[in-house]
Design a protein around this ligand. Structure first.
Ligand code: CA
Length: 344
């Protein structure tokens, strides 16, 4: 088949040129299941993690807070009332601000709670109407150690590997409460086999001081991701400044990637194509991966984009390295069907 034979070197050359043209950090983009497949099952439940694994997520996310007895549990909020029946089970144990904080309860007490889909504070309305809402199913909150063991089990039984992507929540707040969440999390991670540079984990946090501590003081080798807050400044952390060239230079000294809000990458508005801020390119120049948050099917209409248009813009135009997504199957399907990599 002379025709095929003559085509082969050209194709191989073209492929090698394409590869050479990709930025150094542009591996295959990764699908990060945001709180599990939280678009389909209550966030952070083991059921939501199992579904995300089955739907092809490359990484499963864990938000982590501490219990009263210092155990890292997988929970997004510092408090319990938007996701559980804590107000019914433990009336009278809210703080003055009306919230039931996880850190005021032992693990044993938290295990008695039943978890449900997220509801608006003080109301019966689902935060995301249309999502899973089966009263009486009785989901439970679990520990970080249990989830890591669960994922290791899935990786073994399916032969398909997914990495982990824990977030240390509010380290300064935990410290003010007399607890060192970072040490507790690193200990659980190490026990589960996540302590070395090559381990398949990203450890994320919004607090740059804590990430610097993890890298320089605690000398962790793990891949670190600096989350960038939606607001300009929170508790002394200037998130807007973090997105400047000088800010990215500082982040690149301790982190391996950034987790910006999608709106930090471009102006997203109905009726106009996304206008890039150049953040992905500037981060790539510093060797930082870019994993923006959060894809939700429910929010696409507000940006005037279809799922396909958003994924095309994010991965084919901006060349982001991954995406936090509530619907990991949507992102997975787009990445699996996309055309071969085009020149940047
Ligand atoms: Ca998170």
């Amino acid at each position: 088949m002379p025709h095929e034979a003559s085509c082969l070197p050209t194709t191989a050359l073209a492929a090698s040129l394409l590869l050479a043209a990709w930025p150094a950090v542009a591996d295959e983009p990764v699908v990060i299941a945001h709180r599990g497949a939280s678009g389909y099952l209550p966030e952070h439940t083991l059921e939501a993690k199992a579904l995300a694994h089955g739907l092809g997520a490359d990484y499963l996310e864990q938000d982590v807070v501490l219990t009263r007895d210092g155990v890292p549990i997988v929970l997004h909020d510092l408090w319990l009332e938007e996701l559980t029946d804590v107000a019914t089970v433990y009336p009278g144990r809210a703080r003055a601000d009306g919230r039931w904080y996880a850190i005021d309860f032992t693990l044993e007490e938290i295990r008695r709670l039943r978890q449900h889909e997220r509801r608006a504070p003080g109301g019966a309305a689902l935060r995301w109407p249309g999502r899973f809402d089966a009263a009486g199913v009785g989901f439970r909150i679990h520990t970080l150690a249990e989830e890591l063991a669960f994922i290791a089990g899935l990786n073994r039984s399916t032969g398909r590997h997914a990495g982990v992507y824990p977030e240390i929540k509010e380290p300064a707040w935990h410290h003010a409460e007399g607890k060192d969440i970072t040490l507790a999390v690193l200990e659980v991670l190490a026990a589960a086999g996540y302590s070395r540079r090559g381990d398949d984990i990203y450890l994320q946090c919004f607090d740059p001081r804590e990430l610097e501590r993890i890298r320089f003081e605690l000398k962790s080798e793990l891949r670190l991701v600096q989350l960038i807050g939606d607001a300009g400044e929170v508790e002394g952390v200037a998130f807007a400044a973090m997105r400047t060239d000088e800010g990215l230079d500082r982040v690149a000294a301790y982190a391996d990637g950034i987790g910006p809000h999608l709106s930090h990458l471009a102006t997203l508005a109905p009726g106009a194509p996304p206008q890039s801020t150049g953040l992905v390119e500037r981060a790539h120049r510093r060797g930082l991966r870019v994993h923006p948050y959060t894809f939700r099917v429910e929010q696409l209409a507000g940006w005037g984009l279809t799922a396909g248009q958003l994924n095309h813009w994010l991965f084919a135009v901006e060349r982001a390295d991954g995406l936090f997504t509530d619907q990991p199957d949507v992102t997975r399907a787009w990445l699996d069907r996309r055309p071969a990599a085009a020149p940047p």
